[in-house]
Every structure is written in C-alpha cells, then in structure tokens.
Design a protein around this ligand. Structure first.
Ligand SMILES: Cc1cc2nc3c(=O)[nH]c(=O)nc-3n(C[C@H](O)[C@H](O)[C@H](O)COP(=O)(O)O)c2cc1C
Length: 177
C-alpha cells in the first residue's frame, strides 16, 4: 500500500456522481454550476447535502436569496455543457449552451437536457470553522427521471479533468443477521 499525502486523501473517495446545480437569484436570473460532493442524508423526508467551498459562489448567493435549487444528474450527452458551467465568466450559461424549462415545485429552473432532476427546498447552509466547505442541506420536494436512462450514461467525476461512467452491474448477497 502506498501512503497518500493527506491533502489528497479525500480525493480517494471517487468517482463521485456529477451534478449540475441550478438556482436563480431574486430577480429571476438563472445560474448553474457543477458539483460532485453530494450525498443523500435522509429517506424521510428525502434530503441531500452538497459540500460547497466556503466562498461567495453564485450558487450560495442564489440559495441564500431564493432558498431553492435543483440537483441535475449529468449524463454523457450534455457533460461538456454542464462541466463548462464551472467557468467564472460573464454569461457562462449562455456560452455553455444550457437552456432551461420550468421546474414543477420550485422556481429555480431545470436544464432542458436534465434526465434526473431533484427539485429541492433549502433546509440549511451549515458553516463551521473546522471545515472549508459549506454543508448545504436540501429537502427534495419533486423528483423526475427519464425512464430510458441507463446507468452507463451517468457521468462520474474522478479527479481534475477525468470522468468515468459506471460499468458492470453485479449483485452482492447482503447478510443482515
Ligand atoms: C466536475 C466538477 C465538480 C465540482 N464539484 C464541486 C464540489 O463538489 N464543491 C465545490 O465547492 N465546487 C465544485 N466544483 C467547482 C464549482 O463548479 C466552481 O466553484 C464554480 O465556479 C461555482 O460556480 P458558481 O459561482 O456559479 O456557483 C466542481 C467543478 C467541476 C467541474
């Protein structure tokens, strides 16, 4: 076993699902940014958390203003567009070619390309001096999925520019007693 520098240790928890988080500000202008530090934290009610760097990103600003967001699972056919929304540039959404449709239960819009969309109400933005990310907690109030979607079409983030798609599916017997 090779010893990994602690600075790189959390990166070993990969690949992680790639999402595009959409939000809008109080004037109704939409934003989108890719994330991969996301996990479920509750079945009832259904909740997720996202780790977002502790600086004033547009995503955090919009979440504070309108208290809603949509988690969109990125799939291969629109990965380029979604990932380019990382750029810190003017009009990045238009430049990336992202278009939107209305969401069902929140005002934050859903990308037209999205094939898994979790509409969320913001529950909390937890801030701790002990960690360098905000812990954003959201409750899923509406969920949609394209039923033709295959696992292998989902884009997982490995590290830096490297992405992978899920491969072979296999079963493991779970002994609960
Ligand atoms: C694939 C991918 C995954 C990312 N995951 C995260 C993440 O989990 N947390 C985070 O804070 N930033 C993450 N980023 C960086 C944000 O996308 C970046 O900070 C972005 O500029 C924020 O945009 P905003 O100002 O519009 O919110 C990721 C970037 C990429 C390309």
């Amino acid at each position: 076993m090779e010893t990994i520098p602690l600075a790189k240790s959390v990166g070993l928890l990969s690949p992680r699902i790639t999402i595009l988080v959409t939000t809008q500000n109080k004037e109704g202008k939409a934003n989108a940014a890719p994330y991969s530090w996301i996990a479920p934290i509750s079945f009832t009610p259904p909740m997720v958390y996202i780790g977002i760097q502790r600086r004033e990103t547009l995503t955090i600003k919009n979440m504070r203003e309108t208290k809603e967001f949509v988690v969109n699972v990125v799939t291969k056919e629109w990965a380029d567009k979604a990932i380019s929304c990382e750029a810190k540039i003017e009009n990045k959404i238009e430049k990336a070619g992202i278009s939107f449709r209305e969401s069902k239960k929140v005002k934050a819009p859903t990308p037209t390309d999205s094939r898994i969309a979790l509409e969320c109400k913001l529950h909390d933005i937890i801030e701790s001096d002990k960690v360098d990310h905000f812990i954003v907690v959201g409750e899923i109030v509406h969920a949609e999925k394209d039923s033709s979607l295959k696992n292998s079409e989902t884009v997982m983030h490995n590290s830096g520019p490297i992405f992978v798609s899920p491969g072979e599916e296999f079963e493991v017997e779970r002994k609960k007693k």
